[in-house]
Design a protein around this ligand. Structure first.
Ligand code: EPZ
Length: 422
């Protein structure tokens, strides 16, 4: 696994050019690996990125007896001999996505204990929606400040979950739990992000009957799931990061292996801003647009503007002509990167923890900054590329969580970026 003690050193690099491939979706890979807990036999997954979060997920399951063979982006997963032991506490605590192990592990072993996930940089991120849904479905939960112990008692007559707030991982957790049950389960107010739909498609192909009507998901009673070969969707957040990077650096850049439909909310904003692009069946071609207009963004659940693209969009808005407003509605505290951009010279008025006004265009200057978290880190790489002079971004490991060998891939399209061990 890559270590956290490294920094990225970036020198001004505009007009990147050539092509870049988008790798498989982090937030799908994690859930589909968890889904393999329910499948007897070897599952062959394709397009699995080799990133820190996936490496940790694999390690958690290996420690429980799972077997994995990686060959490039192909991953064979065999969880038949998984032991009914609790997942490693430190690894689980280090990665919030590991919460999606709970649903399949209760389903398979009847019980599981995990450490209570703490808050994190982007907001409080409680797990109350997960807990309430599991309780509704007959799971007893003993909770204290350190951990949650789940014990499956018995199924209620009616297996229905109505979420009071849309949550991606809570929806996925319930889907994974329900996939192994003897009765039908209905989820209302479900998340329908492309990553959730890809998990559903994987389970469908494995033999589960599951239907989606708007925000309602019906999971039929347990079938004998079969091991399959499955290619996961490309990472729409990585694709958006590269598209925004191209627009910021005034590049002509072809971004391959994408599903353009997943990027509609971003492309609608590009159109309003006057950023020129072409799109094909599985690619996006960004064309150098010397000047573009400011725009307002307000994040929402899919198909709204994704919270995970809010920060890359923030750096783009520092280069747009006019005044833009950002409103983050999903997480309470996801504007931290704006303070780092201000250190680089951006003119930003942070109104509160989820609203800001950006004045553009402003020249950015190299600075020593902190990656803060995954998406903030990727955003600051973009900031470093357009800044005059040298930028150092500390805690490269935050970026490695979700972007595979980012510096090597960006060097190939002309970016001056290197990883320096510290
Ligand atoms: C998923 O997080 C993604 N992570 C996030 O990606 C993404 O930003 C987020 O969905 C929103 O799209 C994974 O899939 C591993 P939520 P998740 O539950 O599921 C509140 C990235 O950079 N909430 O949909 O944890 C929560 O605090 C990451 O790749 C509760 O109140 O997000 C938030 O305000 C970051 N109680 C809102 O709901 C709960 O029990 C939506 O969060 C659960 C969530």
């Amino acid at each position: 696994m890559m270590k956290k003690s490294a920094k990225f050193v970036i020198n001004h690099s505009d007009k990147l050019n050539g092509q870049i491939d988008v790798y498989g979706s982090k937030n799908t890979a994690m859930k589909i690996i968890a889904a393999c807990i329910l499948i007897p036999g070897k599952v062959r997954l394709e397009n699995i990125p080799d990133i820190l979060d996936v490496q940790k997920m694999i390690l958690i399951l290996e420690k429980m007896g799972g077997e994995f063979v990686r060959n490039g982006h192909n991953l064979t997963v065999d969880l038949q001999n998984l032991k009914p032991i609790d997942p490693d506490e430190d690894l689980v605590r280090s990665m919030r996505a590991s919460i999606v192990l709970v649903g399949p592990l209760i389903s398979r072993f009847g019980k599981v204990k995990i450490p209570h996930p703490g808050g994190c940089l982007i907001g409080a991120r409680p797990i109350d929606l997960h807990l309430k849904a599991f309780r509704n479905l007959g799971v007893e939960i003993e909770e204290n400040q350190q951990s949650c112990q789940f014990n499956y008692k018995s199924s209620p007559q009616e297996r229905k979950v109505l979420f009071s707030r849309i949550s991606v991982t809570a929806t996925e957790n319930v889907i994974l739990f329900a996939s192994f049950q003897k009765q039908k389960t209905t989820i209302s107010q479900a998340a329908i992000e492309p990553e959730v739909i890809d998990l559903i498609n994987f389970l469908k192909q494995s033999g589960l009957k599951i239907n989606v009507f708007g925000r309602t998901i019906e999971i039929d009673c347990r079938q004998n799931l079969k091991p399959i070969k499955y290619r996961i969707i490309p990472d729409r957040i990585e694709a958006a990061t590269f598209a925004i990077m191209a627009a910021c650096t005034r590049s002509n850049l072809k971004i391959n292996n994408i599903i353009p439909k997943h990027l509609e909310a971003l492309l609608d904003k590009f159109k309003l801003m006057g950023i020129k692009f072409d799109k094909g069946k599985n690619f996006l071609y960004l064309k150098n647009t010397p000047a573009f207009k400011a725009v307002n963004i307000s994040t929402a659940e899919y198909p709204g503007f994704p919270t995970d693209i809010q920060s890359p969009m923030g750096v783009l808005l520092t280069q747009a002509e006019g005044i833009s407003r950002i409103k983050e509605n999903i997480f309470e505290n996801r504007l931290g990167y704006l303070s780092e951009l201000k250190k680089m010279g951006a003119k930003i008025n942070i109104l509160n923890s989820n609203e800001a006004i950006i004045y553009g265009p402003t020249a950015l200057y190299g600075a020593k900054i902190n990656s803060l978290d995954l998406r903030a880190g990727a955003t600051l790489i973009i900031g470093g590329l357009i800044a005059k002079g040298r930028t150092e971004i500390f805690e490269a490991g935050n970026i490695d969580r979700g972007y595979e060998k980012i510096e090597e891939r960006l060097q190939k399209i002309g970016a001056q970026i290197s990883r320096v061990k510290i």
